[in-house]
Design a protein around this ligand. Structure first.
Ligand code: AOS
Ligand code: ZN
Ligand code: ZN
Length: 388
């Protein structure tokens, strides 16, 4: 059985993955939103569910909020609620994709009044960040067009930069803006922030507190995502990850479910580019659990990330480097694949037990009876926010 060196054990301790509050609400496709018993009815209950993931894994110490889905009367109170449950409030996600006014854009809209409204929404998010103690404002924009000729592509880039500058100027000294890119959807012809290059160009023009967010589901099939990870880390501009996996488009499935090898390769570049301790990078999940139970779905997700991290930590860097330098293609590939093919599950179970955690967090949560309890207590769970 593989055993971890002290160095690997310690590095694993540094792993922290932020959970999205919306993963605990009901979600679905445009065809149907299926419900699950015990779905949280408000942000307080979403945080309580997220705290369960941390309790059994020690991997998920913070929860990201989405505004306005997670609006509450007192963010101080919500923050205290989270702290009482052993977690912190994390990234604040803005939302400019569910308002009638944003049909033709928000931060890029031709009409200054619509742009004003969208910028003001981000000011509100920044105010909330001060109350929650959040560092990051994450912006994903659903802006683009469906038909060639419909929109002034260049004018929209200029307006986007102007709007982002206003938002950026409002950030506190310790706060950051992270701009997420996505190659299509909901727009089908052009998207205003479709790729890492555009996000990079937009945030580089803002300043040091602006970074790129890489959602693993937001690329064309076949894209070498680990190359983008490497490049953004090299440029000091990778601010956060939205982890999930996809078979087709932006499927938001459990990270590592579709392509564990890709996850391994991404994490290997993370380790090379600053490691799990890199304060510049926030590791988040962005997933929806449409047909599976949500809390176990999130537990499975953070365990998948941990598993591929452990494997990536096993790469024999010295042997790999020697093979690369001498041009030994097959030996370099063997060293890399040896680490990937190592079954680290028994060693991770031992690692957990040595830290007072359950060897099998999935089973421990199932045995706890939490789901049955909240299913009896909570009636009338809400959607994640889509259509809300
Ligand atoms: C949308 O596709 C993006 O992944 C965003 O991160 C979005 O805000 C998130 O999925 C919540 O809906
Ligand atoms: Zn995302
Ligand atoms: Zn997405």
């Amino acid at each position: 059985m593989t055993t971890f060196t002290d160095d690997v054990s310690q590095q694993l301790e540094a792993q922290a993955i932020e959970l999205p509050s919306w993963a605990f609400g009901n979600s679905g496709t445009r065809f149907r939103v299926f419900t699950t018993p015990g779905t949280p009815r408000d942000p307080y209950e979403k945080i309580a569910d997220a705290a369960q993931v941390h309790r059994y894994t020690a991997l998920a110490p913070s929860v990201a909020l989405h505004i306005p889905w997670d609006k509450v009367d007192s963010y101080d109170d919500l923050r205290k609620h989270a702290e009482d449950l052993g977690v912190a409030l994390g990234t604040i996600n803005s939302n400019t994709f569910q308002d009638e006014d944003y049909k033709f854009g928000a931060l890029t809209h031709e009409d200054p009044a619509v742009r004003r409204k969208a910028i003001d929404h981000h000011f509100e998010c920044i105010d909330i960040m001060h109350a929650t103690g959040s560092r990051d404002l994450k912006i994903w924009l659903a802006e683009g067009s469906n038909y060639p000729g419909q929109a002034d592509l260049r004018g929209r880039q200029d307006r986007l930069q102007e709007s982002l500058q206003e938002i950026y100027a409002r950030l506190g000294d310790e706060q950051r803006l992270v701009l997420e890119y996505k190659f299509f959807e909901p727009a089908f012809y052009h998207t205003d922030v479709p790729d890492w290059g555009t996000s990079y160009a937009q945030v580089a023009a803002l300043g040091e507190q602006a970074m790129v967010c890489l959602d693993t589901g937001h690329h064309a099939p076949g894209t070498n995502i680990e190359f983008i990870v490497m490049q953004l880390l090299r440029l000091g501009k990778l601010g956060s990850f939205d982890f999930n996996s996809r078979f087709y488009a932006d499927d938001d499935l459990i990270v590592g479910a579709a392509d564990p090898f890709q996850l391994f390769r991404i994490i290997y570049e993370v380790l090379r580019g600053g490691g799990l301790n890199n304060p510049d990078v926030a590791f988040m999940l962005d997933q929806c659990h449409n047909v599976e139970d949500k809390i176990p779905g999130q537990i499975r997700s953070v365990l998948n990330v941990q598993e591929m991290t452990a494997r990536a930590l096993l790469v024999d860097d010295e042997a790999l480097r020697a093979a690369q330098v001498s041009g030994d293609v097959l030996e370099a590939n063997r060293v890399f694949m040896d680490a990937f093919y190592t079954d680290v599950r028994p060693a991770l179970a031992e690692w957990r037990e040595s830290r007072g955690l359950p060897a099998d967090p999935m089973r421990a949560f199932a045995d706890s009876g939490y789901l049955a309890r909240v299913s009896a207590e909570r009636v009338g769970g809400t959607q994640a926010g889509w259509g809300a």
